[in-house]
Design a protein around this ligand. Structure first.
Ligand code: FES
Length: 352
């Protein structure tokens, strides 16, 4: 790789040929505000919030500007601040960004920039077009286009990461808006409910149903964990609210999933707090399940397995283990089947 040396805010930094100013700055711990840029998708260069001064004169969008040898970059000066504020004010005036009733409040990149640049209420000079809200059609996602800043992250997340191409922009100019498939409700669209678009959305335009009404973002605490559904072992950050209820699963960037989740990992955590979950063994007596002790249940299983093996042979028995068990538990299960029962009839749901 060709190494390139440049200066950002008076600091000498190094990058590789092909990298952009923003990439090198972020890697070097230098913060440049950005909205449409996200490291997991291709570059868009749409919002222009990331503009920087190159070699003392020209202003460029740092997220699409390749680094060159000896380049001198200034990330913020009086003129840059003025332009950034204009851009943020325009975005603010064109939507309904009342954080009081927004699910993203406290976890919104747009809100952070509005606060960083000390921008107050902006009165639009024309009647704002009220855009579509779709809170009902999908049991997974919610959409409020009035909070959309048209950064395109969701469109690219769906196209480049999930490869579903559900989201796109329709119409032009001030009428530009986000549509699912050919302008369907989310629930009627081909959305696979992976939630990647929500995870990358820098505002509250897209959000999860599971979070709605379950507490503010600053009340949630996260715990890293591993998905229990398949053999990939995706890393997930589970969020619970003040009542201890799990409300959100976010892909953790350090796992094999690199932040991405499928529908099961994203939303399949409701069983954890289901009141239908078994808390004690049940034995069917006269066609009805009755609660039993573990000793009672294990004695029954041992007796019946012995009877079946003697009468029909070892291969008349098989086992289905579960990804919800640990590796050690699954190992013990196959060992038990092979060494005690004497069969290789073993399977596991993570093989699917
Ligand atoms: Fe660079 Fe949007 S982050 S143009």
């Amino acid at each position: 790789m060709d190494q390139i040396t440049l200066t950002i805010d008076g600091r000498e930094v190094r990058g590789e040929k092909g990298q952009t100013v923003l990439e090198v700055a972020l890697k070097s711990g230098i913060k440049i505000p950005h909205l449409c840029y996200h490291p997991k998708i291709s570059k868009t260069g749409a919002c222009r919030v990331c503009l920087v001064r190159i070699n003392g004169t020209i202003l460029k969008a740092s997220c699409v500007e390749p680094i060159t040898e000896g380049m001198n970059v200034i990330t913020e000066d009086e003129e840059i601040v003025k332009i950034r504020k204009w851009i943020l004010e325009l975005l603010l005036s064109d939507g309904d960004h009342n954080c009081l009733y927004c699910e993203a409040n406290g976890a919104c990149e747009f809100q952070s920039l509005i606060q960083r640049y000390n921008i107050g209420e902006v009165k639009p000079d024309r009647q704002r077009t009220v855009k579509e809200v779709d809170y009902e059609s999908s049991n997974a996602l919610r959409r409020n286009e009035n909070r959309c800043i048209l950064c395109g992250r969701c469109v690219k997340a769906c196209k480049e990461i999930q490869v579903m191409n559900v989201w796109s922009f329709a119409e032009r100019g001030s009428g530009t808006h986000l549509v699912a498939d050919d302008d369907k409700n989310i629930g009627d669209s081909s959305c696979a409910k992976c939630g990647t678009c929500v995870q990358l959305c820098p505002t509250g335009a897209l959000s999860f149903q599971t979070v709605s009404g379950k507490g503010a973002n600053w009340e949630l605490t996260s715990t890293p964990s591993i998905c229990i559904y398949c053999g990939v072992g995706c890393k997930i950050d589970f969020y619970k609210n003040r009542e201890g209820v799990l409300v959100k699963a976010m892909g953790n960037n350090t796992g094999p999933n690199n932040g991405h989740l499928c529908v099961k990992g994203r939303f399949g955590f409701d069983f954890v707090q289901s009141n239908k979950r078994l808390t004690t063994p049940l034995i069917k007596k006269n066609g009805v399940f009755e609660e039993a002790s573990w000793d009672e249940a294990l004695d029954l299983v041992a007796t019946r397995l012995t009877e079946i093996k003697e009468k029909y042979g070892s291969d008349s028995i098989g086992s289905l283990s579960s990804a919800k068990c640990t590796n050690e538990e699954n190992y013990l299960m196959q060992k038990f089947m092979r060494a005690v029962i004497g069969t290789n009839n073993i399977d596991h749901c993570a093989r699917l």
